[in-house]
Design a protein around this ligand. Sequence first.
Ligand code: AMP
Ligand code: FE
Ligand code: FE
Ligand code: ZN
Length: 285
Amino acid sequence: MRIDLHTHSSVSDGTETPAQLVRTAAAAGLDVVALTDHDTTGGWAAAAEARPAGLTVVPGMELSCRWFGPDQPPTSVHLLAYLFDPDAPALSAERARLRDERLGRGERIVEALAADGHPVVWAEIVEASAGGVVGRPHIARALVRAGVVESVDAAFASLLSHRSPYYVSKADTDVLQGIALVRAAGGVPVFAHGLATKRGRVVGDDAIAAMAAAGLLGLEVDHPDHSEEERRHLRGLAAELGLLVTGSSDYHGTNKTTPIAACTTDPEQFEALLAAGTGSAPFRD
Ligand code: AMP
Ligand code: FE
Ligand code: FE
Ligand code: ZN
């Protein structure tokens, strides 16, 4: 069994449609793939519809969150959520708020870039997103199209970095509230790439313990952005706190260089995750 529990389609900031993504998953030899677009369930139906025989598709999402620690600005964290009820009102309303927040924030970044002479136009970026949830990768692609940078990676390393003067943060969900919303919707919350220091500031063990106390059920341990040492540390924490351990690629199509199935989840951990999710069912034969 090969299981990849974290992928993005063009419904958020990946480059393949949900239908293409499930075909890519099957072609890569996966038995299970989770679709975890940012702040939306908009790709679930299309992924289910296009699902090749033999492939299990797990409905999921990656919720944009923040950890509020003492004596420091909030830390950006991502919360994977699986098998929740897509119609649960409170979680649904929070997703809608986050998508709205993304639009306002994206526009501010683009306006600031344009004011300094970078030829990017917000309306064109929204149009190119084709109804998908807009993120910095969409702005990065516009910068590539305009010839300002050579690649999406180069855009993230410079103009769109969290250290760039053009960076604008978003009012993401308090992660403890996010965990509660996912649990109330029958879902399984898993802390995504929790120690990926290359992405920016990360939280301490105290924060992860607080998340576990709030109902977190798993840690994404094997992730392309985690070093061996970071994985070892998270695996130890998961054992200590009684949390599930997942491994995933965080595939984004050609927006990132990581291939699908670059990291995978142990079948026993996956079975436990399935048993814990009660808000929706996987799409399978
Ligand atoms: P945002 O959610 O708008 O703040 O943008 C962050 C998103 O950009 C995350 O989903 C990341 O997966 C993605 N991202 C981060 N770094 C890179 C990179 N170097 N190349 C492509 N995508 C990236
Ligand atoms: Fe992304
Ligand atoms: Fe993420
Ligand atoms: Zn992701």
